[in-house]
Design a protein around this ligand. Structure first.
Ligand code: F6R
Length: 615
């Protein structure tokens, strides 16, 4: 969850590393630090709080060189403080390390190091790594060897990068388990390392990704990769298609706002090149699924976390309606703790924007061990989820930087629609004419998204934000395929505005939550014209009968609902299976404007991180 950036090359390294950290701050913002090699000595600057504190410190105490290593922290062990900030140094100050992950056996290691007289200066698990590196260094004959030895002592997922003033031409990175990515960017006479692509994308698109159990020796000439056992590995170079501009905020106030307004384009990119509209066929190039295997599935199990899990709940409707395969959805964090029933006839579908969420990765492993065919829908190219899957469907939505997921939600719903069609095609569950109709529906989706995301509508959202930003609780109601949208709307509001919000299946309201309804609990009701529209109207009536306030998301031209609800946000009519992609958009915009009104830190909400690489 923490962010790491390193540089070795001819240019001044501090600004490269700090700029990279700025692009990774969404991964953690409890503290930040940098180590720079200057005139044969390593100089460390670090501070608690956001990166801006480190930048201010660097302005007071500037330092530069051609080798540097930086870190933004999401605290696991030890509170956010200057002392606990990375990089951590050994007693001599000649070796430093940064880590993303957890050293699960750090207590034993710390005790045995203390028994040898080593003094600890922080409460972090990471500090044990640097002391182990120092101990192993002289015996090992070099930093790479010391890293290899040290990794052998660690338990738990961990990605580290280390440097030493004794070897001023290199960084050494290593990865153990599902600790999150380590991307090594190959430049011209310079090399970069980072825990996520956007940090270094402005410098190069040629990247090597470290696998579990690998060590990388990074010099300005490139990278050498070896296993922990010392066996050389030929690095595979990936060309990243994202452009650096798409990883920048541009004219938008926040990344989240930019990403909301990008959705017509990201959905277009997700469809582009994958659909033959005339033949009614879908081609998912990396799915690697033979028609025989596709016909063998008797169920689909979707595993994901957070927003991705809610996308999966929409996907259940799509896969069951189109491919006619029974589908269930489980949280990655719950799945493996209940001995799930999985076999070779199961298609296990993982949805993960980052491709690094440790709970989702563990669920995938569980599925794979039990013989399932594992497909992942991922956004991060080269991520662990993509690498360990039998088949991959990429989201094609470009980097998502805002901590609250928006465009990854809509593109992963569209990916599931495409997957459902690809399976239907292989299994003949619906005929070509029906498939053509469904694809034709999809072709109109980007235009409809564009209508909901009309920036000229902002006055409506600003008005709602002004009226409602002071409320402390919200209820979101939806039904059928729009029930997951109620969950997602509530999640968006709570995570960025810190207002308590609950998503509920509208029909269940009378079984409990109706007791909460009063003037203090606005109800957001998704009541688009679909098969459960009349039921939603009854639920709105029930709220109004108890003096509740209703904000409805309704279909354009629905005059009736305007007489029932207090406030109405409209979306264009859409084919039933695609309504969630439209109805989620006003909820994203509403959450965003309320959070901005409240002065919340929209892109970096407290306590959260973009890639959740710890359990
Ligand atoms: C919410 C949000 C999170 C993520 C979740 C899974 O806005 O972003 O709930 O959806 O942490 O992340 P990925 O999709 O990267 O596995």
């Amino acid at each position: 969850m923490c962010g790491i950036v390193g540089y070795v090359g001819p240019r001044p390294a501090t600004s490269i590393v700090v700029n990279g950290l700025q692009r990774l701050e969404y991964r953690g913002y409890d503290s930040a630090g940098i180590a720079v090699l200057h005139e044969d000595r390593i100089h460390v600057r670090r501070d608690a709080g956001k990166l801006s504190n480190l930048i201010a410190l660097l302005a007071q105490q500037p330092i530069d060189g051609n080798l540097a290593l930086g870190h933004t922290r999401w605290a696991t062990h030890g509170r956010p403080s200057q002392q606990n900030a990375h990089p951590h140094s050994d007693a001599s100050g000649e070796i430093v390390v940064v880590q993303n992950g957890i050293v699960e056996n750090y207590r034993e290691l710390r005790e045995s190091l203390q028994a040898e007289g080593i003094e600890f200066r922080s409460e972090t698990d990471t500090e044990v790594i640097v002391h182990l590196l120092a101990l192993n260094y002289s015996a090992a004959g070099g930093l790479a060897e010391a890293v290899r030895k040290t990794m052998g002592h660690l338990k738990g997922p961990s990605a580290i990068v280390a440097m030493t003033s004794r070897e001023p031409d290199r960084l050494v990175a290593a990865r153990l388990g599902n600790a999150g990515g380590v991307a090594i960017g190959l430049g011209d006479g310079e090399t970069f390392v980072a825990s996520d692509i956007p940090a270094i994308l402005e410098h190069t698109r040629r990247m090597v990704f470290l696998e579990d159990g690998q060590v990388a020796l990074i010099t300005r000439d490139g990278v050498q990769v070896e296993t922990l056992a010392g066996q050389a590995v030929k690095p595979e170079i990936h060309l990243i298609p994202w452009d650096p501009i798409s990883a920048a905020k541009g004219e938008f106030r926040h990344f989240m706002q930019k990403e909301i307004f990008e959705q017509a384009r990201s959905v277009t990119d997700t469809i582009r090149g994958r659909v033959d509209f005339d033949a009614g066929e879908v081609v998912l190039g990396q799915l690697n699924l033979s028609p025989e295997r596709a016909r063998s599935f008797n169920r689909i199990v979707i595993v994901a976390c957070g927003t991705s899990a809610y996308a999966g709940l929409v996907g259940k409707f799509l896969l069951e309606a189109i491919a006619r395969i029974p589908t269930e959805v489980d949280y990655g964090s719950e799945f493996r703790y209940r001995d799930p029933i999985i076999d070779e006839q199961t298609l296990l579908l993982a949805i993960t924007q980052s491709g690094e969420t440790v709970d989702t990765l563990a669920a995938m492993e569980e599925g794979r061990n039990k013989g399932a065919f594992v497909v992942s829908i991922v956004n991060s190219i080269g991520s662990q989820a993509a690498r360990v899957s039998d088949g991959v469907i990429t989201m094609h939505c470009g980097p998502e930087i805002g901590v609250a997921s928006t465009k990854a939600f809509t593109t992963s719903v569209v990916d599931q629609y495409l997957l459902a069609l690809a399976l239907a095609q292989a299994r003949d569950s619906i005929g070509p004419a029906h498939r053509r109709r469904l694809l034709n529906d999809l072709a109109h989706l980007p235009r409809l998204i564009g209508q909901v995301l009309d920036p000229n509508d902002n006055a409506l959202y600003l008005d709602l934000a002004e009226r409602f930003h002071g409320y402390r609780n919200f209820l979101f109601l939806g039904r059928g395929i729009n029930y997951p949208i109620a969950l997602e709307g509530a999640l968006k509001l709570k995570e960025i505005s810190y207002i308590h919000a609950e998503g509920y299946p509208a029909g269940e309201m009378k079984h409990g939550p109706i007791a909460l309804i009063d003037r203090e609990m606005p109800v957001v009701a998704i009541a688009v014209q679909d098969s459960v529209y009349d039921k939603m109207i009854s639920q709105i009536e029930q709220v109004k009968a108890r003096s509740g306030i209703v904000i409805a998301v309704a279909s354009e031209g629905d005059e009736f609902i305007a007489s029932k609800a207090d406030h109405v946000i409209t979306v264009p009519s859409a084919p039933p299976l695609l309504t969630p992609v439209l109805s989620v958009l006003p909820l994203q915009r509403l959450a965003y404007e309320i959070a901005v009104w409240r002065g919340a830190d929209v892109d970096q909400p407290r306590n959260l991180a973009k890639s959740v690489t710890v359990e």
